[in-house]
Design a protein. Structure first.
Length: 377
């Protein structure tokens, strides 16, 4: 007998990769389906799509299975789940990971990564962990696209897990399985072009920069700006019209956010350079946007910090990159003595993530609690 509603599946038999199984209790539900336990499968769960989603998901899930990044922190489909008697596609089986203590990326940032309650090494480790996951996905030939903080779960140790991966852009040989879902808070101002794989991977580079900025800057979004030219409205409007206030003149961070002085003190110079490259004016219709292409945003690997420090130097950050002559200016010229990608790999510059330029971190605080800004979409 055919079952049309995924809510009816508890206690029903299904086929998992050609083997019969019985569905146990419901664990969670979302906009596209329901996640269940399976009798006799302690290390796996299944996701059953709602009926109106199944036809458009079937081929994509089938393509995902052999194109797995094979990382235990990326929850990926492993087997097809189908109806027991009719053989129709229902969903997929995936590894079970106990994430009861994990929080979504934004919630974790606001409750565990503020300056006064966390060590800088921990904040940087979380950022590096997320970048590593994105790099794995891109190297497998996929893209995230829907870079929603709800799909990034972080446990108390700072370990990152990516969920709801069936919303990604997937390649299988010459075939591309697209998805139109995006989250305005993390969408680049130029959008996603023709929604090709390269377009979405380019958008991922912007999204990753926003997440990392939030991890390191008390949860504040990089486009929360004020000034005569600043745009108010929802977050999509702010991204589309505001300039990055820690670099461009005529813009200032909002009063509740860390000041420019705190930014320059707290963020290592090399990361300041990466943020400057990430939050360029591409897609905003400004005179410079023709030359400031989105392709100049940092590659994913440049955000990844290895845990072993070169020469065990505790003070090497000050030598990482030269100061800008005018950090808060309206020009986007690169620092003359900033390291190239090859120099980074050869000289271990990423090791300097652990070293702040100056200051005692525990003495710094910011004004108001930023919770009021998180739903500005």
């Amino acid at each position: 007998m055919r079952i049309s509603n995924s809510a009816d599946f508890k206690g029903k038999k299904v086929m998992i990769g050609g083997e019969r199984a019985t569905i146990s209790e419901e664990l969670d539900s979302g906009t596209e389906g329901v996640v269940y336990k399976i009798e006799g499968y302690d290390d796996y769960v299944i996701k059953i799509f709602y009926e109106d989603r199944r036809n458009r998901k079937a081929d994509k899930i089938q393509a995902m299975i052999p194109n797995n990044p094979n990382h235990d922190a990326i929850i990926w489909p492993e087997k097809i789940v189908s109806e027991y008697d009719m053989g129709e596609f229902l969903g997929y089986m995936m590894p079970f990971k106990n994430l009861n203590s994990a929080k979504n990326a934004l919630h974790y940032t606001l409750t565990a990564l503020k300056w006064e309650q966390s060590e800088k090494q921990h904040r940087h480790r979380v950022a590096s962990n997320l970048a590593t996951m994105v790099k794995e996905i891109h190297e497998e030939g996929h893209a995230i696209g829907d870079f929603n903080h709800d799909n990034i779960l972080i446990d108390p140790n700072g370990q990152v897990t990516l969920i709801d991966c069936d919303g990604y852009h997937i390649t299988d040989g010459s075939d591309l399985y697209q998805d139109d879902t995006y989250y305005p808070r993390y969408s680049p101002p130029e959008g996603r072009g023709e929604n090709t794989l390269s377009d979405v991977q380019a958008a991922d580079r912007f999204c990753l920069g926003v997440h990392i900025f939030q991890f390191l800057m008390n949860g504040y979004h990089p486009y929360l700006a004020q000034g005569n030219e600043a745009k108010d409205g929802n977050m999509e409007d702010k991204i589309a019209h505001n300039k990055f206030p820690y670099v461009y003149s005529n813009y200032q961070p909002i009063d509740e956010a860390p000041s420019i002085e705190q930014y320059e003190e707290k963020i290592p110079k090399y990361l300041q350079k990466l943020f400057k490259q990430c939050f360029i004016q591409a897609g905003k219709g400004t005179p410079n946007s023709d030359v400031e292409e989105k392709s100049s945003r940092p590659e994913i690997s440049r955000w990844i910090r290895p845990y072993k420090q070169k020469n065990n130097s505790a003070d090497s950050n000050e030598d990482t990159a030269q100061e800008d002559g005018d950090q808060h200016s309206d020009t986007e010229s690169e620092e003359k003595n900033s390291p190239t990608g090859s120099e980074i790999e050869e000289n271990g510059i990423f090791s300097n993530w652990e070293n702040e330029a100056s200051g005692d971190e525990d003495d710094d605080t910011v004004g108001k609690d930023p919770f009021g800004h998180w739903d500005e979409f």
